[in-house]
Ligand binder design. Structure first.
Ligand code: ACO
Length: 377
């Protein structure tokens, strides 16, 4: 009989479960690094394709490499007809994240490298999955709007193509730039719950589609990527900056969490939220964004005063995405598009030195129970 082990660390806080060269979150100083580069240096100065190249082990590309890399990703922004049929068959009210997770699982069935785990096969799947995740999100929206599916435009980059395939028109330069940086800011974040799910899944050699489906399942929850949709629901519910204090006080006194606030690692301001706040201000000439921003600023001030906690990436991402014309039901999906780059980076990294991830648990049940056959219970 096994001896009782020491108690578990709740939520695995502070437990080191992997080495990674991809990302460092400095929670004390509010800094985030991708492969050694400070996110403050990168934000607004690199495009998403550069970050994908960086996170997948290639470093920051030079211009020639980028010119070659971008079309490789854009060329994969298309879906097997069977996956489009699956999207068409889904119940019209299905949560887009559930549909995205299901569609990524289905992609594995038709991927020419579906069952292969070699490095070249994984590199091909990496490009396909990232591009297809964005394409699925756009397709879900278009189908629900009763609009035709749009084919990617080879003259546009990844971020611009997503907005183009989603809205059906080429976005303004400003919207392209803002969305591009939003993707950059969401691309990786250490061993977040979804990234851990991806690494744990692939550690069994289950394959990249399974890992990304597992990560999507984890990201969906409101304590993780699902928070951005809840932020917008809260902003709409409040409706007027004058109501902020009463609303927040009511939530806190009834033990509810304010969505888009707090973080396991950051004990100070999340650097991503600083950039997203700036974008919201930039876009606030749009009347609705201005009103949402006013409510958001009041919430930020009041929650800091009452609880001493700061906004996380999900708080201002809601207002920014709203300003880009993305409905709140899709906020977590766009987060997923960006984070797929990080998940895949971690999957590729896990494969370089894989060992099955299999922690243990502290058994709290009893021993010595007398078995009684079913007919006699
Ligand atoms: N609103 C109110 N109180 C909060 C919040 C919040 N948003 N976040 C933490 N707290 C409080 C908790 O109630 C708890 O207080 P107590 O000790 O008095 O009980 C204390 O802070 C610690 O909370 P934990 O849940 O133990 O902290 P943890 O590190 O596990 O939580 C989490 C991190 C889940 C992100 C939490 O801050 C939260 O629920 N935030 C709201 C949801 C959210 O925005 N999620 C997105 C996170 S970023 C991302 O995943 C992309």
């Amino acid at each position: 009989m096994e001896k009782k082990r020491k108690p578990p660390v709740r939520g695995l806080e502070g437990i080191v479960a992997a080495d990674t060269r991809l990302c460092y979150v400095d929670g004390q100083n509010g800094k985030l690094y991708y492969c050694g580069y400070d996110i403050d240096e990168l934000a607004g100065r690199v495009c998403f394709e550069e970050i994908v190249h960086l996170l997948w082990g290639g470093g920051l590309p030079d211009l020639d490499t980028l010119d070659d890399w971008r079309p490789q990703l854009v060329a994969e922004m298309r879906l097997p007809a069977q996956v489009l049929d699956l999207l068409r068959m889904a119940p019209p009210g299905a949560n887009p994240m559930v549909l995205l997770r299901t569609a990524v699982s289905a992609l594995g069935l038709w991927d020419p490298d579906g069952g292969r785990n070699s490095l070249p096969a994984n590199e091909r799947k990496a490009r396909r999955i990232l591009a297809q995740v964005a394409t699925i999100v756009a397709a879900i929206y278009r189908l629900r709007q009763g609009e035709p599916i749009i084919t990617a435009d080879k003259s546009l980059g990844f971020a611009a193509n997503f907005l183009y395939m989603f809205h059906g028109k080429v976005p303004s330069k400003q919207d392209q730039a803002v969305f591009d940086t939003l993707l950059v800011l969401h691309a990786d974040h250490g061993l977040a719950a979804s990234t851990f799910a991806a690494r744990a899944t692939v550690s069994t050699l289950a394959g990249m589609h399974s890992a990304i489906a597992a990560a999507l399942a984890s990201l969906k929850g409101p304590l993780h990527g699902g928070a951005n949709t809840r932020v917008m629901e809260m902003l709409e519910d409040i409706g007027d900056a004058k109501r902020v204090k009463a609303y927040v006080d009511g939530m806190l006194s009834s033990g509810q969490r304010i969505m888009g606030f707090g973080h396991r690692v950051y004990k100070t301001e999340d650097p991503r939220s600083r950039h997203l706040r700036r974008f919201s201000q930039k876009l606030s000439k749009r009347a609705r964004t201005k009103a949402l921003l006013e409510i958001s600023s009041q919430i930020e001030r009041h929650v800091l005063e009452k609880k001493g906690i700061f906004p996380n990436v999900d708080f201002y991402s809601a207002t920014v995405q709203e300003a880009l014309g993305i409905p709140k039901e899709y906020f977590t999906c766009t987060f997923a598009i960006a984070r797929t780059a990080g998940w895949i980076g971690h999957v590729l990294e896990q494969f370089t030195d894989n060992r099955l991830i299999r922690p243990t648990s502290n058994y709290t049940g009893g021993f010595g129970k007398k078995f009684v056959p079913v007919a006699k219970r």
